[in-house]
Design a protein around this ligand. Sequence first.
Ligand code: C5P
Length: 242
Amino acid sequence: MVEEPDLDLSRRLALALDVDDLVAAVRMARMLKGHFGVVKIGLELYSAAGPEAIGAIGDLGYEVFVDLKLHDIPTTVAGASRVIGSLGVSYLTMHAAGGLDMLRAGVDGLRTGAGNAGLSEPAGLAVTVLTSQSDPSGGTLGRWVELAAAAGCTGVVCAARDQAEVDRHGPGLARVVAGIRLPGDPADDQKRAASPGEALAGGADLIVVGRSVTRAADPLAAADRLHRAILGADDNPTHRRD
Ligand code: C5P
């Protein structure tokens, strides 16, 4: 049976709602309220529903994490960030690979957009080496983390196993960890997946969980299992639909 979710834990869990239909997204977000404090709107849902998705998810009481992984010239990133900053979101991602000026432009855009709308400033997050890529080499991760810190980003998105290095290069940065799998679930396209417990034990401020819950045969039971896995009380495999 589904137990009472732990609300302190929920605040550190972001649900990646990677679907192409806002009605389906809202239905799932409503069902999983309590298990997650944050909903991540990624490229798929944003392509399908745009800013309307931000409003609909925010209206359910979630913090909204817009994962557009912006990567363009600084002027373009500043413009897009200004718009997103005015919509009442809590997080926006941009690629560290875009460089210092681009990251700065993104952070400034978020601040301007939020300020113009009378909202508090969203966290600008720099995406480092994707969890779908193999282990970084040649100092890429460290360089990108330093860029994120220098640009004024609030944090970075990284793999669970990258957290110690992130901490060495950017000790004040928040860590958002993606590529999370419940034990027994397929890794799919994630090459550097980790369990939720590993990610949080490594110091993650926020973990992003998608398919382990959204593609489960019973997403509510999977979300419950996620909580139990973190709290050390898991005993049940999740059955995926795909
Ligand atoms: O848990 P699952 O693998 O389904 O979640 C993947 C989600 O996290 C996707 O929305 C993907 O874009 C995002 N993401 C990621 N790796 C990163 C940054 C974001 O998988 N480094």
